[in-house]
Design a protein around this ligand. Sequence first.
Ligand code: ADP
Ligand code: MG
Length: 245
Amino acid sequence: MSGILVDDDPRAGRPSDGDAVIELIDARKTYRTGDIEFEALRGIDLRVDEGEYLAIMGPSGSGKSTLMNILGCLDVLTSGSYRLGGEDVAELTETTLARVRNRRIGFVFQQFHLLPSLSALRNVELPLVYAGIGKEERRDRAEAALRRVGLGERLANRPSELSGGQQQRVAVARALVGDPTMILADEPTGNLDSQSTADVLGLLDELNDSGRTIVLITHELEVAERSGRVALVRDGMIHDDEVTA
Ligand code: ADP
Ligand code: MG
C-alpha cells in the first residue's frame, strides 16, 4: 500500500498486513470531568481498507464524534490500539502525528470551521501553509480545489458572504487540497439544505471514486446510504457493520 505516513518518516514503507488504513482493536475512550468518568467508546473493533467508503451512523451521544477524533488523531485512546496505515499511533511522535493529520487526512466538520477573516482562497490555502508549500503553488492548488467544488467565482469571498452550502464546499476544497489519503467527515451535511447536501455528498462520491478512503459520520440514513458500508454505533460500541453495496 502507499501508506498514510509522510514519505520522509523513517518508518514509512515498513510492511503492514494487507491494505488496512484504519485498524482499531478494543478501542476505549474515557472522558474525565472532575471526579466524573464517562466511557464514550467501549471496546470498538474496526478495520477500514484503502479506498473504502464507510458511513458511521448512530444516535446523538453514541460516541461518533469521539470515534472520529480518534481516527483523525485529534485525540488519543484510553486503552486499546489504533493502527493508521499500519503504524501504531501511540508510538508516533507528536511531530509525525501533526504531519499525518496535515498531509494525509482531510477533515470536514458539521460547523465548517472556516476562519471568518480569510477569503475562501486563503482558507483553502491554510493546510498548504502548514505543510510549507510555496506561495504560488499554494495559490494554484487552492484555486484548482475551489474550482473543483464549483466555487471558482468565489475565491475572494469571506465565509460570511457565502451560503452554508458554499461554506461547506470551501471546507471540502480545504480537505482535498493537500491530496489526502483519507477524508473524515463528521456530519458534513448536518447544517445543509437538501440541494447543498446533494452537492457535498456528490463531491465525497467523486473523492472516493478517485481512490480516497472516506469515513463519514451521520445520523441520517439517506446520507449513510451513499456509502458502500454502514457501521452502527450505539452506547460507544459498534452493533452492526455491514456492506451495503
Ligand atoms: P456523538 O457524536 O455520537 O453525538 P460524542 O462522541 O460527541 O457523540 O459524545 C459521546 C459521549 O461522550 C456523550 O455522552 C458526550 O456527552 C460525551 N463527551 C464527548 N466529549 C466529551 C468531553 N470532552 N468531555 C466529557 N464528555 C464528553
Ligand atoms: Mg457528534
